[in-house]
Design a binder for this molecule. Structure first.
Ligand code: NAD
Length: 252
């Protein structure tokens, strides 16, 4: 299928590894010119269709610099809002500083980048805003209170925005990963192993048991859903949260 996005521009946040890197590659494979933004861009090979940009999403000045840079480029047609995940930990006893830091890095950063990129999308009457959430939005994950809480706010923001910009040809959707095999998921499995005294293999086997397809997802399987949402064919999908979780989320 021709997704009809060749020649479009995408800004992919958190593009140096994991889900962001896979989405950047998936869009590039469709002929999209990708601006790949991350804190550490050393591993992103620059090319005419893969332009690394350094940004620290936890730093407002750095976020403003990224916005100015993208505005000078004429904005973007496709925006992939993907950030690092916050620290693991329980809801009980979380400090105000931790909540504020998680909100700044994961939510305030993408709200302001999206706002700035919407101007051009609305003028061109075409845009795709895709925000990476988590299964924790629908089924909160134990010991990930900051992620569960801040992502709930992001999900409500995304849905609100979808209703505001739909008439301008801009779709706004969320993708909810279950357990996709990335460095972060390996790190979280390691933390769980340490906290429970179990081996990492035992932790991973128990996670796989909870997933109907019986395995973790591959980043490219996740990226395929993002590429579809970015496509011309997805023009009537907006305000949605789509799970890519191998059936893991228990709720209907
Ligand atoms: P990851 O940690 O492997 O990759 C995160 C990316 O964000 C990297 O490119 C990193 O450089 C970048 N990043 C981190 N902090 C940044 C900052 N301050 N400024 C700029 N860039 C920064 O994570 P992942 O597994 O690819 O997941 C991506 C997002 O999806 C995370 O928020 C994660 O919590 C969430 N998520 C992932 C899964 C999964 O199965 N992988 C499940 C649920 C939620």
């Amino acid at each position: 299928m021709d997704f009809q996005i060749a020649g479009k521009t995408a800004l992919v946040l958190g593009a140096s590894r994991g889900l962001g890197a896979a989405i950047a590659q998936g869009l590039r494979d469709e002929g999209v010119r990708v601006f790949a933004a991350a804190r550490n861009i050393d591993g992103i090979e620059p090319a005419a269709d893969m332009i690394p940009i350094s940004v620290d999403l936890s730093d407002r000045t750095s976020v403003s610099t990224l916005i100015q840079h993208m505005q000078l480029q004429g904005g973007t047609d496709i925006l992939i809002n993907n950030t690092g995940g916050p620290k693991a930990g329980p809801a009980l006893g979380q400090s105000t500083e931790n909540w504020a830091a998680a909100f700044d890095m994961m939510a305030a950063s993408i709200f302001s980048i999206t706002d700035a990129m919407l101007e051009g999308m609305i003028a061109r009457k075409w845009g795709r805003i895709i925000t990476i959430g988590s299964s924790g939005v629908l089924q909160p994950i134990p010991n990930l209170a900051l992620s569960n809480g801040v992502r709930a706010a992001i999900t409500a923001w995304s849905k609100t925005l979808a209703s505001e910009v739909g008439k301008h040809g801009v779709t706004v959707n969320m993708l909810l990963p279950g357990r996709i095999d990335t460095d972060r998921v390996r790190e979280l499995d390691g933390i769980k192993a340490k906290n429970t005294g179990a081996s990492i293999e035992t932790v991973q086997a128990s996670s796989r048991n909870d997933i109907p397809v019986g395995r973790y997802g591959r980043p490219e399987e996740f990226a395929a859903a993002a590429v579809f949402l970015a496509s011309a064919q997805a023009s009537y999908v907006t305000g949605s949260s789509i799970r890519v979780d191998g059936g893991m989320i228990k709720a209907i």
